[in-house]
Structure formats: C-alpha cells, structure tokens
Design a binder for this molecule. Structure first.
Ligand SMILES: Cc1cc2nc3c(=O)[nH]c(=O)nc-3n(C[C@H](O)[C@H](O)[C@H](O)COP(=O)(O)O)c2cc1C
Length: 360
C-alpha cells in the first residue's frame, strides 16, 4: 500500500494516514460571541477520515479577528461550542488541531467593539482591500505593538492553546503564514522595527519563536504545529531575504521539539528541499500547484521523501471522503469558489461522498 495510507507520528499522536485537511477559513461562525455552530461540527465530522484536520483560522483574542464570522478561542462560550465540533471527529477516529490565527494589520475596525484599530509590528498599511460587513474596504494603518502589547499577544496565544485543549482539540497549529500577524513580523516590508523584534532576520523571527515557545510551554510541544509560507505574498507581504530568514527560524524552532512544521509552498519551490533537510521533525507539505491540483501527484511527494504528510485545501473542501477517493482513483468533486466564504450549508456540507454518488 502507498506510504500515504500508512500511519505516521505527529507529536504525541499516530495519524492513521498522511493526508491532512489544510486550514480553511469559511466565515460561518454564526454562533453567539464568534462561536462555532452545529453546521460547522457536521462539516468537520464529514472530513474525519483525514489523517489530521487543521481547522480554519481561529482568533486567539478579539483583536486577532481578521474577517467577519470567523470563530474564536478566547471565551468560555467558544470553548463549550467547540466541544461539539471536536467530539464527533474523535468518535470517527480522527485528529483535529485548531489553527490559531491573529490577523494583525489585516484586521479591520468594523470587526471590533468600539472600532478599535488593528495591531501590527509597525504602522504600515497593507496595500489592497479587505472584506467587511459593509463591503470591500481599504486596509487601515495598524497601531504598532509596544513591548507590553507584544507580551500580552504572546500570552493570548498561550491561553487560546489551553482553551483549545479544554475544548477537546488534540493540539494547535500556530499560523505564521499568509500575511497575518506572525508573517508580518517575519517580513521585510510590514516589520520596520529597529528594536529586538525587528531589524535583522534574527530580530524578525523572534516574535514567532516566542509565540511557539509560550504555546509549547502551555500545552506541550508535542501538541503544537506551526505553519509558514515563505514568499507567498498574500496581503502585501514582501520578504527580501526569505532564505536566510526561514533557515534561521527553523534553527530556532528545532530545539522546541514541535509536533510538526507545515510548509505552504510558495514560488521558490527549490527551497522546499533545503527546508526539509534543515527541519528535524515531521513535515507537512502543502505543495504549490500552479497548474491546478492533482491529488495523486501530491501523494508521490511522500514516496519521494520530500514530506511526511501532504495537505489539501480545495480538494478536501469539496471531497469529504478525499482519502478514499484518492486511494480508489474515484472522481473528484470541484470546489464551488462562490461559496467559500460565508453562507449556509450549500457549498459547505452538501458535497457528496463517493458512496452517496453510487447510490444515486
Ligand atoms: C477557502 C479557503 C480558505 C483558506 N483559509 C486559510 C486559513 O484560514 N488558514 C491558512 O493557513 N490557509 C488558508 N487557506 C489556504 C489553504 O490552507 C491552502 O494553503 C491553499 O488552499 C492551497 O492548497 P490547495 O491547492 O490544496 O487548495 C485557505 C484556502 C481556501 C481555498
């Protein structure tokens, strides 16, 4: 049997296969106080045959929210509601990590009580527009975090991780990718600081390393993953020295003994091999597929030794039974992009399984 279908160690767990559901924001957390709903529980339970589910981005604090109707893990009400999501995944033998995502400068005052200003490493506005309840709006200039703000944000991540465990999650993934707060600190254009949190590559990695350390201390390193996306320029991120920065980051993270590193591969695909070699632990690869996704090709990367597991976004969104489909060479449903963000069950929990298609 292909290596992709053999169990693999992720921190303290054994995943039953090596196909990971990549984190995907779906903006359907309509429960009170940014809590998940029963429909979200159905969506994740449908995908429990993944070796590991990584949830959509979840804000560790109210100011960490980046978009409307994303869920949080900073209140008792949210913890209680998440229990109804994690339990059915476990009943089906799955593993589920919560992705902790702080939006930083990508947030918007319309998301916060008293229309607070989002925070960032430096007062640098991202070019471009964001989606708000009032339609598309320009990004705003963030308030730069001072020393106390940095410390408080790190401890928000640690307490959200503790909340995740209380809510029944197997662990958390720290989101240091795709242009959100940690990636802003890593970048050369959003982080213009001259103190110990910026300046050199060593300064710019510090915030991510300190968040990882605090979260690992809070819940155990073997329940903590971390996602990076070198040279993925989402939300106006620029990285002039990505190779030096990410190699330094991996060197600093290696001693922590995290459960995994999750690499969202960007334009520099040749760099993946160097990161693979530099990282001492388990590697989940989200391969760059500019010409469209081919599931079987991605699984070959495991056989080739480039990754321990591979993650799928769009394909898992549209195929709740993706491992079975790829194993049997079954037809794949196509993701409905118009229903990615917000809405109801349509384009969310109504994608048919192969078994359901066979009964039609
Ligand atoms: C609807 C949607 C929402 C996404 N939201 C997130 C997110 O919350 N956090 C994250 O790290 N990546 C997010 N991504 C990126 C995916 O995790 C993944 O990296 C991307 O889709 C490329 O993988 P694919 O080609 O298998 O889809 C999202 C992607 C999609 C399609």
């Amino acid at each position: 049997m292909s290596l992709a279908y053999q169990p693999v160690t992720i921190g303290r767990y054994q995943a039953r296969n090596r196909l990971v559901m990549a984190p995907m924001t779906r903006n359907r957390a309509y429960g009170p106080g940014a809590s998940p709903t029963d429909l979200m529980a159905t969506y994740y339970a449908q995908r429990a045959s993944a070796g590991l589910i990584i949830t959509e981005g979840v804000q560790p604090s109210p100011i960490g929210q980046a978009f409307p109707n994303t869920p949080g893990l900073h209140s008792a009400e949210q913890v209680e509601a998440w229990r109804a999501v994690t339990a059915p995944v476990h009943e089906r033998g799955g593993l589920i990590f919560a992705q902790l995502q702080h939006g930083g400068r990508i947030g918007h005052p319309s998301l916060y009580e008293d229309r607070l200003t989002p925070v960032g490493p430096s007062p640098v506005r991202a070019a471009g527009m964001t989606f708000t309840a009032d339609g598309p709006q320009e990004f705003v200039t963030p308030s730069p975090l001072d020393q106390a703000g940095i410390r408080a944000t790190i401890s928000d991540f640690a307490s959200a991780a503790r909340n995740a465990i209380e809510a029944g999650f197997d662990g958390v993934e720290i989101h240091a990718a795709n242009g959100y707060l940690l990636h802003q600190f890593l970048s050369t254009n959003a982080n213009l600081r001259t103190d110990e949190w910026g300046g050199t590559a060593h300064g710019r990695i510090r915030f991510t390393v300190e968040v990882a350390r605090a979260v690992a201390e809070a819940i155990g390193a073997d329940r903590v993953g971390l996602r990076i996306s070198p040279v993925i320029g989402y939300s106006d991120i620029r990285e002039d020295d990505h190779r030096a920065t990410y190699l330094a980051l991996l060197d600093a993270l290696n001693p922590l003994g995290l459960a995994y590193l999750h690499l969202a591969e960007g334009a520099d695909t040749e760099f993946t091999e160097s990161l693979r070699q530099r990282w001492h632990g388990t590697l989940i690869l989200n391969p760059s597929t500019p010409g469209g996704h081919t599931g079987p090709e991605a699984l070959k990367l495991i056989e080739a030794g480039l990754a321990d597991l591979v993650s799928f976004g769009g394909l898992f969104l549209a195929n709740p039974d993706l491992p079975e489909r790829l194993r049997t060479g079954g037809l794949l449903n196509t993701p409905d992009q118009d229903r990615f963000y917000g809405g109801d069950h349509r384009g969310y929990t109504d994608y048919p399984t192969l078994a359901a298609l066979g009964e039609e």
